[in-house]
Ligand binder design. Structure first.
Ligand code: SAM
Length: 249
């Protein structure tokens, strides 16, 4: 596993891949940020997910890239057993603390591909994570998720960013969401520094974008059939979500 560090301690150098910037960003975030917006975003995502996926039907569920654990906490109220993982050690630790008293939730370590349990999960959810991986990393993870899912399992990937730049639309969606949740002024003031840091990392390490066609091609290469959801599972309207199911061989 990668050693700990902070995006703000780590001087950008040619040795750092874009994924390193994001991992460091998330490592430092658990300690720096105001968390109420992330909590609200998690509740909004979970409500949308519940409308399209019958969560109560699933026994073994993985929240991949669990972040601060807000979504994991909600998922655990509906599913049999909830497993969570994040490559940022600080994020994982924060999630672990949040879920310490949740009897059916457990952190797992996916840092070593050799230790993947085959056919284990019924459902894997991955929200707002794929954009921080390179396309090669995504292909490798698709293969691993395919191996970890049982034959009837489902993978729900959300918040994939389309190739067309839509910065103003993102800002608008963000402000509308904040206003709906009742913290517009607070968001503008309190979260300004955090948003500026996020934009800086985003400039240094652009997020990976996919057309639906390209994403479907990668998923199919890894043995999945793909269906796109009518709406994204977050409030960001320039992004999309998909359900993937293993194709039987
Ligand atoms: C925007 S947050 C989303 C957190 C959570 N899924 C949610 O919906 O609240 C992105 C998270 O993905 C994690 N992440 C990014 N790339 C990852 C990877 N390759 N493996 C595991 N976690 C990853 C980051 O550390 C971060 O916690």
């Amino acid at each position: 596993m990668r050693k700990q560090g902070s995006a703000y301690d780590m001087a950008p150098s040619s040795n750092h891949l874009p994924g390193d910037y994001w991992q460091s960003h998330y490592d430092s975030m658990a300690h720096h940020e105001s968390l109420d917006l992330f909590d609200a975003e998690a509740r909004d995502y979970f409500a949308r997910l519940e409308r399209v996926v019958p969560l109560g039907d699933f026994e073994q569920v993985l929240d991949f890239g669990c972040g601060l654990g807000f979504v994991s906490e909600l998922l655990a109220t509906r599913v049999g057993s909830l497993f969570y993982w994040d490559y940022s050690e600080n994020m994982l630790e924060t999630a672990r603390t949040r879920l310490a008293d949740t009897a059916n939730a457990r952190a797992i370590d996916l840092s070593c591909p050799d230790e993947d349990q085959a056919d284990f999960f019924d459902l894997i959810v991955i929200n707002s994570v794929i954009q921080y991986m390179s396309e090669d990393d995504l292909s490798q993870w698709l293969n691993r998720w395919r191996g970890m899912l049982n034959g009837d399992g489902v993978l729900v990937i959300s918040d994939l960013i389309l190739p067309q730049p839509a910065f103003l639309k993102e800002v608008r969606d963000s402000l509308l969401f904040s206003a709906r949740e009742g913290f517009l002024v607070r968001t503008l003031l309190k979260n300004f520094a955090q948003y500026a840091r996020y934009l800086k990392v985003r400039r240094d390490a652009p997020m990976t974008r996919y057309s639906k066609e390209r994403f479907a091609q990668l998923a199919e290469n890894s043995g999945f059939s793909v269906s796109f959801l009518a709406e994204n599972l977050t409030y960001r309207t320039n992004r999309f979500s998909a359900q993937l199911r293993p194709v039987s061989v």
